[in-house]
Write a protein that binds this ligand. Structure first.
Ligand code: NAI
Ligand SMILES: O=C(O)[C@H](O)CS(=O)(=O)O
Length: 491
């Protein structure tokens, strides 16, 4: 064990939460393909060497899930809700440690990581409650001797592939509805952030979730494991969060089995400030929306459109707020902005900034790697941005706030909708008719009005166009893990 690994374990109130093995069928398992390194993006050191599972081992996990699922589905919703509540309570009781693990492997500030743990736990609490309310219906017969009933049953084994940016919440947002209705679950976390997934296995075991119902299969191989999930006939549901590019690959692979898929994919969120907006509120919303997780979320403002009459004032106010951000190691107190996940992410931000300045835009603040080095980057604002620049069509996934100027509603709606994506959008305005017109005109699954934060377990999160399929969270989110059965009975 390296010093950095000892260091992480020593930071935990409960050191037994530091686990590097896979969790399969209730057993803790080493990888047939050795281990892979997990590094702390703030420090660059290896904090863990995690079990590297082979495709055969993942197939074994799917078999264990299939074996456990029937018994789990026979529990009442109330019985499943009880153990899910214990899972929720264990998450909240250990939130500090789960956040320390999350910050160490992903980089976000500890306070923000604690927020993610609470957000992730909220899905387990909410869907645990929903477990008691999976209702069917009766339908008046079409003939005098016919009686029609509709029941809902769990789809079976669900498999998940999740990204590194929300290593806890992206798993619980899927596992919670799946387990609530009686599915079994096999989670393959991102290789950058497996520890946050593994620790959910520890807490599942402690909560009394039966062996094989919740499984965690870390692996450095992504495509091979994805193929196993898509080709294994025991998997009846694939749920993915990540880029649209990978979502397309998985959908093509899943088509052979006509597998049910949920896809939470990329975004390119417009953030619109009208001339009747409360500018201080708009700046506050833009800061939260753009710089949460250092800009590494699929719902971050990727384009900031400001109406001409308030452009200069908004730019000045935003610059003050951006220059107040405190960039550093997320495990240090007072840090508001951590590192980017890797050098590829740094290169993407730099590429977008260079493209803006090459085409006549200007850097208002920031614009380069941070003095702390590594993958730290200066929070940046660029002005004079136009629709023909890369940032207008590509997701930056970093701390870059590009300001576009617009004249009127029709112009900005057209610009905002000019993208293949359709996940989140935001605008600040006071005029009620404008609010209704713009909210209805934006082609997005999510619209934030006078707010920059839309993430909650009670809302149906998801995108239109090439930002995804299905919804996660809310009472709608549970439907994605159910099959509907129509029973026609002759009496
Ligand atoms: N709509 C949403 O809720 C979210 C969307 N994203 C999008 O994902 C991107 C950034 O996250 P990344 O993790 O880099 O995305 P990514 O799409 O590269 O990877 C996501 C996950 O898929 C795995 N993966 C990659 N290639 C695969 C393949 N061929 N078969 C099976 N699995 C594969 C990765 O190992 C990772 O676990 C951005 O585009 C972002 O917008 C990220 C988080 C949330
Ligand atoms: O992965 C993401 O970007 C999340 O979906 C963002 S959120 O759920 O925290 O809004």
């Amino acid at each position: 064990m390296t010093d950095a690994m000892t260091d992480l374990k020593s930071l935990l109130k409960d050191p037994t939460l530091f686990e590097t093995r896979a969790y399969i069928g209730g057993a803790w398992v080493d990888g047939d393909d050795g281990t892979f390194d997990v590094t702390n993006p703030a420090r660059g050191d290896v904090i863990a060497q995690v079990a590297n599972l082979s495709r055969a081992q993942v197939a074994g996990a799917i078999a264990q899930a299939e074996a456990a699922q029937k018994e789990w589905a026979s529990w009442t919703g109330k019985e499943r809700a009880a153990v899910m509540r214990k899972w929720f309570d264990l998450m909240m009781d250990n939130a500090d440690d789960l956040a320390t693990i999350l910050t160490a492997e992903q980089g976000k500030p500890h306070a923000e990581a604690k927020g993610e743990i609470a957000y992730g736990a909220s899905f387990i609490e909410f869907m645990g409650e929903q477990a008691k309310r999976v209702y069917g219906e009766t339908i008046p017969g079409h003939q005098r001797d016919k009686r029609i009933t509709v029941i809902k049953q769990p789809i079976g084994v669900a498999a998940s592939i999740t990204p590194w940016n929300f290593p806890n919440a992206m798993i619980t947002r899927k596992a919670a509805p799946a387990l609530a209705v009686g599915c079994a679950f096999v989670a393959r976390p991102a290789k950058e952030t497996p520890l946050s997934a593994i620790v959910m296995g520890i807490l599942a075991e402690r909560a009394g979730i039966p062996a094989g119902v919740f499984n965690v299969v870390p692996s450095a191989s992504s495509s091979e494991i994805g193929k196993e999930f898509c080709e294994n006939p025991a998997v009846r549901k694939l749920t993915f969060t990540g880029s649209t590019e990978v979502g397309r690959i998985l959908l093509k692979q899943a088509a052979d089995q006509v597998m049910k898929c949920s896809m939470e994919l990329g975004g390119n969120a417009p953030f619109i400030v009208f001339d009747d907006a409360d500018l201080d509120a708009a700046v506050e919303g833009a800061m939260m929306c753009k710089f949460r997780n250092n800009g590494q979320t699929c719902v971050c403002a990727n384009r900031i459109y400001v109406q001409a009459g308030v452009y200069d004032e908004f730019s000045k106010k935003l610059k003050v707020a951006v220059e107040n951000l405190n960039v550093g190691d997320g495990l240090e107190p007072g840090v508001t902005t951590g590192p980017l996940i890797n050098q590829d992410a740094v290169a993407k931000v730099r590429e977008h900034i260079e493209d803006v300045t090459k085409h006549g835009g200007k850097i208002l603040t920031g614009g380069d790697t941070h003095e702390k080095g590594g993958t730290f980057f200066q929070p940046t604002i660029v002005t004079g941005v136009t629709q023909d620049m890369k940032v207008a069509t590509e997701e930056t996934f970093g701390p870059l706030a590009p300001l576009f100027k617009f004249s009127d509603e029709d112009e900005v709606i057209a610009m905002a909708n000019d993208t293949i994506f359709g996940l989140a959008s935001y605008f600040y305005a006071k005029d009620l008719s404008r609010v209704y017109k713009v909210a209805e005109a934006l082609e997005y699954g999510i619209v934030g009005v006078n707010t920059g934060i839309i993430s909650t377990e009670v809302g149906p999160f998801g995108g239109v166009k090439q930002s995804g399929l299905g919804r996660e969270g809310s009472h709608h989110g549970i439907e994605d893990y159910l099959e509907m059965k129509y029973i026609c009975m002759s009496v």
